[in-house]
Structures are given as structure tokens and as C-alpha cells.
Design a protein around this ligand. Structure first.
Ligand code: NI
Length: 164
């Protein structure tokens, strides 16, 4: 069983690289990611969080998991909404993040077929959160300096747990 990578694991700050081939190894990575996501009751996970640097995300908004390979946001609306976000790599931390309420994502599925979907609400947030991970961007990056200083102790706790 693979473990979720938590702050301050350096892999979370790395930029994941495009997938060039959908092979058995990639399917295995997706299986591991789905295991981690369900094991930790998450609704989305990026490969970095499984310690891998391929551009892959998985998510489950309640109707089974889906994997998205090389996902990119190709369109977003001008209407930003604030939603509280958590992250499996930052247990116990929640941050209000303002993001476009609707995005169009282009990706490949596990069969190598091109997908393009437009989503809003929670799913729009999850896609943006997970694609951030692939670029090494984390929820704490959205916290104000004041909020970040208030989170200091919680972050130290997560850091200590990850090295125990
Ligand atoms: Ni996350």
C-alpha cells in the first residue's frame, strides 16, 4: 500500500511531466492513486501525492473514479467563487480559495482517447486543485501572510507526523 505524501515532502513542490505513453506502469500508478484517494476519503488526487511525477489526476465526485492524463485547463469563466478547500497532503488544514467557478479541461483517458469536459461547482474546484498539484502549487500558497502565520503550528504538526 502506498502512502500519501504529506507536507513538506519535496515531491509536492515538483512540476510533474507529461505522460508520453499509456502503458501497464501507468495503469498501475492510477490503481495506486485510487487506493490512496479512497483510503483517505478524498475526492481527488494528483500523482505527486503518490510520489510520482507524471501528469495524472484521479477524482471521484460520487459516481466512481475517473483518471485524467495530461489534464490542462483550456478555458475558464470570469466568475470567481470562494470555497473552503482541504488537501490530503495537509491533514486538518482548510483554506478559503477563490477560483473560477467553471472550467473546461482537456485531457486523455486511460484508453488514450482525447476528452474535453466543462464542469462547474465542486468539480471545477477539484480539477483546479489537482492540476495545481501537478505544477507544484499547494493550498497554503493561497493563504494570506496572516493566515499562514496562524497555520504555523498546524504545519509544524504535519511536518513532525511526516518524519515520525
Ligand atoms: Ni490536494
Amino acid at each position: 500500500m502506498h502512502q500519501i505524501r504529506t507536507y513538506p515532502d519535496p515531491v509536492l513542490r515538483k512540476k510533474a511531466q507529461p505522460v508520453l505513453e499509456i502503458d501497464d506502469d501507468l495503469h498501475q500508478l492510477v490503481d495506486e492513486m485510487v487506493d490512496i484517494m479512497y483510503n483517505d476519503d478524498g475526492i481527488g488526487l494528483a500523482a505527486n501525492q503518490a510520489g510520482d511525477l507524471r501528469r495524472v489526476i484521479v477524482l471521484d465526485a460520487g459516481d466512481g473514479f475517473r483518471a485524467f492524463i495530461n489534464p490542462e485547463i483550456i478555458n475558464k469563466n470570469d466568475n470567481e467563487v470562494v470555497m473552503e478547500e482541504g488537501c490530503l497532503s495537509f491533514p486538518g488544514i482548510h483554506i478559503n480559495i477563490s477560483r473560477p467557478s467553471e472550467v473546461t479541461v482537456k485531457a486523455m483517458d486511460l484508453e488514450g482517447e482525447s476528452i474535453e469536459i466543462t464542469v462547474d461547482g465542486l468539480l471545477a474546484k477539484v480539477f483546479q486543485h489537482e492540476i495545481d498539484h501537478l505544477n507544484g502549487i499547494l493550498i497554503i500558497d493561497y493563504a494570506s501572510p496572516l493566515h499562514r502565520s496562524l497555520l504555523k503550528r498546524k504545519l509544524e504538526k504535519i511536518e513532525k507526523a511526516s518524519t515520525d
